[in-house]
Design a protein around this ligand. Sequence first.
Ligand SMILES: Nc1nc2c(ncn2[C@@H]2O[C@H](COP(=O)(O)OP(=O)(O)OP(=O)(O)O)[C@@H](O)[C@H]2O)c(=O)[nH]1
Ligand SMILES: [Mg+2]
Length: 332
Amino acid sequence: MFIDQAEIWVKAGDGGRGCVSFRREKFIPKGGPDGGDGGKGGDVYFEAVENLDTLLDFAGRHHWQAQNGQPGSGSNKAGADGQDLIVKVPPGTLIYDTDLDLLLKDLSEAGVKVLLCRGGRGGKGNKAFATSVHQTPRHAESGKPGQERNIRLELKLIADVGLVGMPNAGKSTLISRCSAARPKIADYPFTTIEPVLGIVELSDFRRFVMADIPGLIEGAHVGAGLGHDFLKHIERTKILVHILDIMPSDGSDPAENYRTIRRELEQHSKALAQKQEVIVANKIDLDPEGGIVQNLRSNLDKDLHPISAVTGKGIKELSELLWQKVKGTIDV
Ligand SMILES: Nc1nc2c(ncn2[C@@H]2O[C@H](COP(=O)(O)OP(=O)(O)OP(=O)(O)O)[C@@H](O)[C@H]2O)c(=O)[nH]1
Ligand SMILES: [Mg+2]
């Protein structure tokens, strides 16, 4: 359904070069070769870890490289091996080699780790080339280059929060306010014709995924409007955010609209209707006295979260509330 993608270049470390050196000490005239070997280049691993759910970390960084091996030195000292690079990705990440157009690995579960590029072997120092007939070799090997690949990472995103509501309620305005998603917004119904995902980021690296779907209308479960097709996109979300327009331009009653959408959800699927729901009263900038929201609250007899997606009022509080609920919900 929704796919997060990143194309990157990964390279293992090169092997360190071997050393050409001869032992020189005061009273030992012909000390013999003592150049050490180069260290091995670091490998590149990919590992699926818990607590990551997007490929956002790859958006700003294209090159991922493990450390090179150190060159060898005199007195038979081998160079240090380069450090391995362990790249952490969310569980469910698919790794493709873009040059070979080949799926390399499906990191389906946390804890799975795969070696993607092998580090180059270190070169031999001149010590290694000494033989009985050739006691003063003056050459050493260079290290082997580390493997490199162009890869594509793909992750199917599952939204934590799904936005539902009548057309024009302000769903797309809300997602564009609290995430980097930029869906089309307009004052006519069915502006959104396909689902859009946004990542809502809060302080301290907290974030969750929000899905904006086309507006629902009466009869959606039997195909009216853009139909119920889109409801399947939010079947796996943890929470539904039901957006109500407190002052619909068609003059309809917000409380009635709420009930209509609830009926549609119930008729579509029981599981969907049983999801935790947060009801949002949008467009409170049109109700400066707060009277409409108050009436709506008592009419529905439910908790309402007043916001204005246009001015931004109440959005921060709403995002915090949603994050709390996403984090606290075990029911996936
Ligand atoms: N005054 C006011 N207008 C708003 C607010 N939020 C959204 N709107 C307006 O409402 C209209 C519809 O907004 P959208 O975000 O496109 O609504 P939607 O729910 O995504 O609509 P569909 O995609 O058609 O289902 C636009 O003209 C918005 O500018 C708000 O908080 N206050
Ligand atoms: Mg929309």
